[in-house]
Design a protein around this ligand. Structure first.
Ligand code: THU
Length: 142
């Protein structure tokens, strides 16, 4: 059992299964231009699961990242807080989310949110949102 200080507890098997599921979703990424698939698996405050991939467009700038694809879907279904987010890519190392996605994730995260960054080889590292986006701008700054 991995004890994630004050956060959800995940067994190695659960981590491994979530990573497998995220990796299985990678093939659904629509990436004809970059050929750089990304997939995100999100568990909300009620344990409800959502998945998203990056979806590109012939008008390149219109494409959307996997993280910013899954979060609006989850919000539409009642997600208030991200309990767990797994992000994976066809990268040699665990994927690194872009800055825009870090900001987007931050809106629905707190100190207990567990973020697992991984890749097809299941190499992974667990992060908090504060580690990924320190000194962030949030609703309390408005
Ligand atoms: N991409 C994501 O989906 N998430 C990230 O955090 C990094 C980048 C996508 C956008 C684009 O479709 C492709 O990866 C290459 O940048």
């Amino acid at each position: 059992m991995k004890e994630l200080a004050g956060k959800i507890k995940l067994t190695e098997k659960e981590i491994s299964d979530y990573i497998d599921e995220a990796n299985e979703t990678l093939d659904r990424a629509y990436v004809p231009y970059s050929k750089f698939p990304v997939a995100a698996l999100l568990i909300d405050q009620n344990g409800k699961k959502f998945k998203g991939v990056n979806v590109e467009n012939a008008s390149y700038g219109v494409g959307i990242c996997a993280e910013r694809n899954v979060i609006p879907t989850a919000v539409t279904e009642g997600m208030k807080k991200i309990k767990l987010l797994v992000v994976t890519g066809g990268t040699p190392e665990p994927i690194s989310p872009c800055g825009a996605c870090r900001q987007f994730i931050s809106e629905f995260s707190d100190k207990d949110t567990v973020i697992i960054l991984t890749n097809r080889d299941k190499k992974y590292k667990i992060w908090s949102i504060d580690e990924l986006l320190p000194y962030s701008f949030g609703p309390e700054d408005l």
